[in-house]
Design a protein around this ligand. Structure first.
Ligand code: DC
Length: 235
């Protein structure tokens, strides 16, 4: 059976990763969270290229980019992918609020996007992949067999991120998170390189009023339909 490529794009904190991860498990496909890759590069930049005044030295980051190895290893217990930066597992560090606050700035740098896009294309070269991000259906895999664009209101997304942080026992202020969500929406959709936008052939999913189970069932049905149409067309 042909394994397809599934691109899931959309706004931040709308549950894309959870849906995509579950779909990959159900189909036996590889799952790649490209936001995690941009967060790992941001962590590198914050650790190694911060100037005394707190700004990022992007020229230094560009010079070092070929050493910034971002990848994934499988957690032996859960079977889920863990993000690595130069061989170190950075799964928890990459979700910190200070990383969230700077990731859009780093993700907008053309040399960062170029390096990550190259890596992502390589990861998905044989299909059988569910990749989530902002530009997967438009730039990374414009020929993906199934493209979904996920969104929800900024308030619903901020509430979900707030609950997630609180559940982990982290300090969180709802208003700060809402502001961060809105700022990232703005930067992600207005940057020059690979801005966030819905691919013309993507299916829109507004999950503001859907449960996780409803979203997952919806997505699995779309994927199964696409896979069976592909297979019928080929036989
Ligand atoms: O999905 P996320 O919130 O973890 O993504 C983190 C940031 O990375 C987000 O601000 C947008 C950016 N990003 C991107 O520019 N392109 C992608 N393919 C994935 C994420």
């Amino acid at each position: 059976m042909k394994q397809i490529t599934i691109a899931i794009d959309g706004h931040s904190s709308c549950g894309k990763s959870t849906m995509a991860k579950q779909l990959a498990r159900q189909l036996g496909y590889i799952y790649v969270d490209t936001g995690a890759m941009y967060r790992a590069v941001t962590l590198y930049a914050m650790r190694n290229t911060i100037r005394p005044d707190g700004t990022l030295d992007t020229a230094l980051l560009q010079k070092r980019m070929s050493y910034v190895a971002v990848g994934f290893v499988l957690d032996k217990e859960t079977g889920l992918p863990l993000t690595t930066l130069c061989g170190e597992v950075v799964e928890d560090a990459k979700r910190r609020m200070d990383v969230s606050a700077r990731v859009s700035e780093v993700a907008a740098l053309p040399f960062v996007r170029e390096a990550m896009t190259r890596e992502q294309k390589q990861m998905g070269r044989n299909g059988g992949i569910v990749m989530d991000g902002r530009d997967i259906g438009t730039v990374v895999f414009p020929d993906a067999e199934l493209k979904v664009f996920v969104t929800a209101s900024a308030e619903v997304r901020a509430r979900r991120r707030f609950d997630e942080l609180r559940a982990k026992g982290e300090e969180a202020v709802y208003e700060d998170i809402l502001q961060n969500v809105k700022e990232r929406d703005y930067i992600d959709s207005h940057r020059e390189v690979a801005p966030l936008r819905q691919a013309t052939d993507a299916i829109l999913l507004d999950n503001s009023h859907m449960t996780r189970e409803e979203q997952s069932a919806w997505l699995l049905e779309k994927a199964r339909d696409t896979i069976s149409r592909r297979n019928n067309a080929q036989s």
